[in-house]
Ligand binder design. Structure first.
Ligand code: PMP
Length: 714
């Protein structure tokens, strides 16, 4: 606190001009630029201008070193940063340290700055912090009252606020800080920061971008979020109430464009901005009592700060924090279910389970609900490498930050993905062409279009309770979706698991889900699958291996289920697990078939194969390899089958397992009992009497045991 308690240096402009001339040989008229604890003057030499800074005699020399070293470091890392450079070595005059800085040109900004200017201001701030990240100096651990970390130390100053209502506002902010920020403080990213990156310490060029960054006098080691909160408080001051949070969020965007925030930082940002405002008014009240002659400078920001503190108090700290990025508490489950029903309409998939699952977070094989319970996910195949796997999440986030566009432009991830997918296909199969789309339905729809175009037929074979997708054409190939008694005239259903065919007419395609998932989970004999492929070809049709369910290693022995059967499909369709939840799907086939597609023929699906989707899919393939998931699936899947086999009749392969129960009521009851016990499974089959167990492939032996115990209980 010493420099804030010591008398600032007092010189007349004439004396300052003389000091500049004597110490640095710089001549010109001295004009006061205003300062809290130093004397800062423009030495206007009519062209050869400079800024002279005479330090408070209480200033520690090590701190002046710190300032200088920080500036030098930032400029060495990012020479384009518009920081005012020192023009000479530090000198002393009459017991004061004196420094000479380059004069930068520009104007001061205020509440009139538009969204673009605010965004750029914050982006430059982040750039400075990137440049300072690798910097340290022993004096950076200085004890500075202005550091937001010191908010609790405002308490003894509050007596200087005369108005009791206002004093209570500040006290409440300090209380919140102690409750919500102090316990988190040591988790926040910290580094040497400018410490006072505000509109008062930057100059703006004609383009409204920062043309000068000055005054490293508050430079210290501190939380980045605190440093940014100081900037936000400056950007929102003097704005109409309805603009305050909008502008603050734009600043968050600008900063994040170069240096993304961590969730913990956003969670406390609102409290940090409030603390900065509280600090301004509290320190001001305390200092103005000591230096009434400097009142104008000291109190310059008071009125705006009080107005903001009042606005924040009206909203309450939670609402303020949420406006700036803190997560909201989840809605109450029944209320959310009601809102869902009201807005999503009758065609909507009903919620699963008698007691719906209100999910808020996922990790590995676990889902977490709004009440904080964790649920073992033994149902979802989409998060194939585990919910929110960091490899996939980061791949998506990184690519989203960099570029997301469409396949009419050339970019690497799409091509790399196509190459990687083709490399997983058996070499002799001739599968040499990849088309990327967005869902399993779309992939099957594309496969169907190719098949009908190539064969000239409109006839299909599917298993008797198959599901292949939602489009008009594919719903017609999905008996699971048909109303009772309805069979489209172009479709022949074959029995499961024999897959036996009779007297086929000219055929376009046979679609087969390798795990017969909606048929009740069956693993047909390889010879029966081979016979089906042969019969399909004999009838002039194409064999479509629908790997949307059984692909991506679910069987454990191979990446694709058709490999397990030893057959060669004409078309392979992929979906669900392909992006671990990010929508991405594919059709893989032979070039010769694609080239026979109608001559009108180019196919474009806006999101198909976009760079982010491609990165998600690449990350999934990487994780499957790196974590040796196929081996794991083979091992854990065998245990799952044998363990559950002691309880009931089971079918399946790898981590696709069906448990045959007596009837649909028993199955429904069991699914709900397991859900109550915190384990998610489903049911399937034409009668709905088969438990469907199809967990993420990171399911382990310990999870098998949990599941088996719960099932035994149920
Ligand atoms: N094929 C199979 C075998 C499926 O199980 C599904 C989805 N359950 C689809 C295709 C359709 O995929 P999507 O829901 O992504 O359109």
């Amino acid at each position: 606190m010493s420099v804030l308690e010591t008398q600032p240096p007092r010189f007349t402009p004439e004396q300052v001009a003389e000091i500049a001339a004597d110490v640095f040989g710089v001549r010109g008229v001295a004009r006061d630029l205003g300062s809290e604890r130093d004397a800062t003057y423009l030495i206007d030499g009519g062209g050869s201008d400079a800024v002279l800074k005479i330090s408070n005699s209480g200033e520690d020399e090590a701190v002046l070193d710190l300032e200088q070293a920080a500036i030098a470091h930032a400029l060495a890392v990012d020479p384009e940063l518009p920081i005012a450079r020192p023009l000479a070595d530090r000198a002393t005059f009459d017991g004061h340290h004196v420094r000479l800085f380059e004069r930068l040109h520009g104007r001061a900004g205020g509440p009139e700055l538009d969204e673009r200017a605010v965004y750029e201001f914050a982006a430059t701030h982040a750039r400075l912090n990137v440049a300072l990240r690798s910097f340290f100096h022993p004096a950076a651990r200085r004890d500075l009252l202005w550091s937001l970390e010191q908010t609790p130390r405002l308490r003894p100053l509050l007596g200087a606020i005369d108005d009791t209502g206002r004093r209570a506002l500040v006290e409440a902010v300090v209380d919140t800080f102690e409750e919500r920020v102090v316990p988190q403080w040591l988790r926040l990213r910290a580094q040497v920061v400018h410490g006072d990156f505000t509109l008062g310490n930057v100059l703006l060029g004609a383009d409204d971008r920062i043309s000068g960054i000055v005054d490293f006098g508050d430079c210290a080691f501190g939380a980045q979020a605190g440093d940014f909160a100081i900037a936000v408080a400056s950007l929102v001051r003097g704005r109409p109430r309805e603009d305050v949070f909008r502008i603050a969020r734009i600043a968050v965007d600008g900063y994040s464009s170069r240096l993304p925030f961590e969730p913990d930082e956003l969670a406390v940002l609102g409290h940090l901005v409030a603390a900065r405002l509280a600090m301004i008014v509290a320190i001001s009240a305390w200092r103005v009592r000591r230096y009434p002659e400097n009142a104008e400078y000291i109190q310059a920001e008071d009125e705006d700060s009080w107005a903001l503190l009042e606005l924040f108090a009206e909203l309450g700290p939670d609402a303020v924090a949420q406006e700036l990025g803190a997560p909201r508490a989840p809605a109450a489950t029944p209320e959310l279910a009601e809102r869902r029903a009201e807005t999503l309409g009758a065609l909507l998939t009903p919620l699963t389970y008698a007691q719906p699952v209100h999910t808020v977070r996922g990790q590995g094989v676990w889902l977490f609900d709004a009440d904080g319970n964790r649920l073992l996910d033994a149902y979802n195949n989409v998060p194939v490498v585990g919910h929110c796997h960091p490899r996939v999440t980061e791949a998506v986030v990184r690519q989203t930050r960099k570029l997301n566009t469409h396949a009419r432009y050339l970019y690497e991830p799409l091509v790399e993905l196509a190459e990687r997918l083709l490399a997983t296909m058996p070499p002799a199969a001739g599968l040499d062409t990849v088309m990327l789309v967005n869902s399993g339905s779309e992939a099957n729809d594309m496969a169907w279009r190719i098949a009908t175009a190539v064969t000239g037929s409109g006839n299909a074979i599917v298993t008797e309770h198959a599901y292949h997708g939602v489009s008009d054409a594919i719903a017609a190939l999905s008996p699971e979706e048909w109303p009772p008694g309805y069979v489209p005239s172009n479709v022949t259903c074959i029995h499961v698991p024999s897959l036996e065919t009779k007297n086929l007419d000219a055929l376009a395609a046979t679609f087969l889900d390798g795990g017969l998932t909606s048929d009740g989970i069956w693993i047909p004999a390889a010879a029966d699958v081979a016979a089906l492929v042969e019969a399909t070809h004999a009838a002039g049709g194409l064999f479509v291996a629908d790997e949307v369910q059984a692909g991506f290693g679910r069987f454990g022995d191979h990446l694709w289920s058709f490999e397990h059967y030893g057959v060669t499909p004409d078309i392979v369709t992929l979906g669900k697990p392909m992006g671990n939840g990010y929508p991405v799907a594919a059709v893989i086939t032979r070039r010769e078939l694609v080239e026979r597609f109608p001559s009108a023929g180019e196919v474009f699906s806006t999101f198909g194969g976009n760079p982010v989707a491609a990165q998600a899919a690449l990350a999934v393939l990487d994780v499957i390899e790196d974590e040796r998931l196929l081996e794991r699936v083979a091992r854990v899947g065998a245990l799952l089958l044998s363990t559950l086999g002691e309880l009931a009749e089971v079918r399946g392969r790898g981590l696709l397992v069906g448990v045959q129960l007596e009837g649909p009521d028993e199955a429904a009851r069991t699914v709900d009992r397991l859900r109550e016990a915190g384990i998610l499974i489903g049911r399937t089959g034409p009668r709905g009497d088969v438990l469907k167990i199809r967990p993420p492939l990171v399911f382990g032996e310990e999870h098998v045991l949990l599941l088996a115990d719960a099932l035994r209980e149920a």
